[in-house]
Design a binder for this molecule. Structure first.
Ligand code: PRP
Ligand code: URA
Length: 209
């Protein structure tokens, strides 16, 4: 069973509360999402392997450590996951980015795929799937399945807010995937929006409502 890591760092919780506020506009919402994504990825990458290297400082030669192991790939789920990419790239500038387009049909609540473009070597990378919201879990589970269909196996899911149902679904369908979240909310409402949540992440990011 994949682990669920909840980041309750005070800075993350403070910024997330500001994002939840319905009066927070798109500009601030975007900036806060970037700041939280950066703080989260710092922790998500804590267990990446490193290897000893030799560098020559202005003072002397020294044995220090640098990242080793698999290269990183980022996979934002469109649209809202896009809001996390730049921030993560700031910390992991050599990451390659794949895009998965999925929207949730408002009637059936089923994820509808419309786009998938992955780095050619995605299956050799440690992939971080990015999406602020994990509601029913349909989009995340389908996105992860798409990655597995392309031969990818090292996958971590990073969300800001999750509902218990979404976590359960991803854990059931993808027990090999760890989930990293900033908050586990209470439930879903009748339209499968997270309660209390923050509303529609894509619309708030891009000002489409
Ligand atoms: C939102 C969100 C997730 C999905 C979560 O995207 O960004 O991808 O819903 O819901 P689920 O867990 O029930 O699948 P949405 O479908 O609204 O698309 P958008 O980002 O293009 O607005
Ligand atoms: N998608 C969102 O953007 N918000 C929710 O609460 C649920 C799905």
């Amino acid at each position: 069973m994949g682990k669920v890591h909840v980041f309750d760092h005070p800075l993350i919780q403070h910024k997330l509360s500001m994002m939840r506020n319905k009066d927070t506009g798109s500009k601030d919402f975007r900036e806060l999402l970037e700041e939280i994504a950066m703080l989260m990825v710092y922790e998500v990458t804590r267990d990446l392997p490193t290897e000893e290297v030799e560098v020559e400082t202005p003072i002397c030669k020294a044995k220090t450590r640098m990242l080793s192991g698999k290269a990183i790939g980022l996979v934002p789920i469109l649209r809202a996951g896009l809001g996390m990419v730049d921030a993560v790239m700031t910390l992991v500038p050599n990451a390659k980015v794949g895009h998965i387009g999925l929207y949730r049909d408002p009637e059936t609540l089923q994820p509808v795929p419309y786009y998938c473009k992955l780095p050619a070597d995605a299956n050799e990378r440690e992939l971080l799937v990015l999406d602020p919201m994990l509601a029913t879990g349909g989009s995340a589970a389908a996105g992860i399945q798409l990655l597995k269909d392309h031969g990818c196996h090292h996958i971590r899911l990073i969300n800001l807010i999750a509902a218990p149902q979404g976590v359960e679904r991803v854990q059931q369908q993808h027990p090999d995937v760890d989930i990293y979240i900033a908050a586990m909310d209470e439930k879903l409402n009748d339209h499968a929006y997270i309660v209390p949540g923050l509303g529609d992440a894509g619309d708030r990011l891009f000002g489409t409502k």
